[in-house]
Design a binder for this molecule. Structure first.
Ligand SMILES: [Zn+2]
Length: 303
């Protein structure tokens, strides 16, 4: 199923070692590998002398120390956060305390939709509910430092508050978890939403940046082309779900088994949430029906 996307699973960064990955951009990976984080969260330092940090990462003292060591003798003026998952935003507080830098993001963590009656928030453990930016950025807003200009690009889908950041002078985009070379992203309701995710992909497909620096894994090269692969991949998954429902009504575990062949067992719950995200969209479009609001335990059938 994933074979159509030209994934790049290479990764050259060692934990908490600094490496220049593009002109004016240094990368430092946190030591938090896992099924959702790949080799670890990648934090970026933009500029030199007076710098910005993109995604300071998890609340990990070693990673924070490595970031502060990397900018020793420099001034951190801005901290940009792509989204409020615990592997991206919590270290902002420590970096801010150490440097006095301003924290900028779309906003606090929020859901893509209201909770349904009786629904619990499955992903609370992964959300950084304490995060509050000093400055809430709007779509298209630009922020300038010495030698760099960052433009905020709202890209909801993975989370409702997800933001990518365009580095104008280098014509590259910090893509957060929205577009990554090693894997597709997780779109898990109620934090994420499939309609938003697809809209955000189409939005990036119209942009000029060829290089994306993501929150996990290697840079994405030929990015607009890669984004088209991601769009086609989700369309193919939707077609597979509809194909399965064409054989009769099914619940989400049944659909996951039919659609995700060879899935890493650690990702079954995430896959179920991705299918739920598709169901929310298909029900909204009137293509699929279920009883009550789409839920993880619902039975789905073609309308
Ligand atoms: Zn995330």
């Amino acid at each position: 199923m994933n074979d159509d996307i030209p994934f790049d699973k290479s990764f050259s960064l060692l934990p908490d070692q600094v490496q220049e990955v593009a002109p004016g951009v240094r990368a430092i990976a946190a030591d938090n590998p896992g099924p959702h984080t790949f080799k670890g969260t990648v934090s970026y330092i933009v500029g030199s002398g007076q710098v910005a940090i993109i995604d300071p990462g998890p609340d990990d003292a070693t990673h924070v120390a490595a970031l502060l060591e990397a900018v020793r003798g420099e001034t951190v003026t801005h901290i940009f956060v792509t989204h409020t998952h615990r592997d991206h935003s919590p270290a902002a507080a420590r970096i801010k305390a150490a440097t006095g830098a301003q924290v900028l993001a779309q906003g606090p963590h929020r859901l893509a939709r209201a909770l349904h009656t009786g629904e619990t928030r499955r992903l609370d453990a992964s959300a950084d509910l304490d995060f509050r930016p000093d400055v809430a950025l709007a779509d298209g807003e630009t922020v300038s430092g010495r030698g760099w200009t960052i433009q905020a690009v709202t890209t909801p889908g993975h989370t409702a508050n997800h933001m990518a950041f365009a580095f104008k002078e280098a014509n590259l985009l910090f893509a957060g978890d929205h577009v990554m070379a090693w894997s597709t992203t997780i779109v898990a309701p109620p934090d994420g939403a499939m309609t938003d995710y697809m809209t955000s992909l189409h939005k990036l497909a119209r942009r000029s940046e060829l290089l994306y620096l993501p929150g996990h894994g290697a840079p994405v090269r030929d990015a607009p082309h890669y984004v088209q692969y991601l769009i086609k991949h989700r369309q193919a998954r939707e077609a597979s779900i509809l194909h399965r429902l064409g054989k009769g009504a099914a619940d989400i575990p049944t659909i996951v088994r039919a659609v995700y062949i060879g899935l890493d067992p650690r990702l079954v719950d995430s896959a179920a949430l991705s299918v739920l995200a598709h169901m929310e969209e298909l029900v909204a479009r009137g293509i699929v029906t279920t009883e009550g609001p789409p839920s993880i335990s619902g039975i789905y059938r073609l309308a």
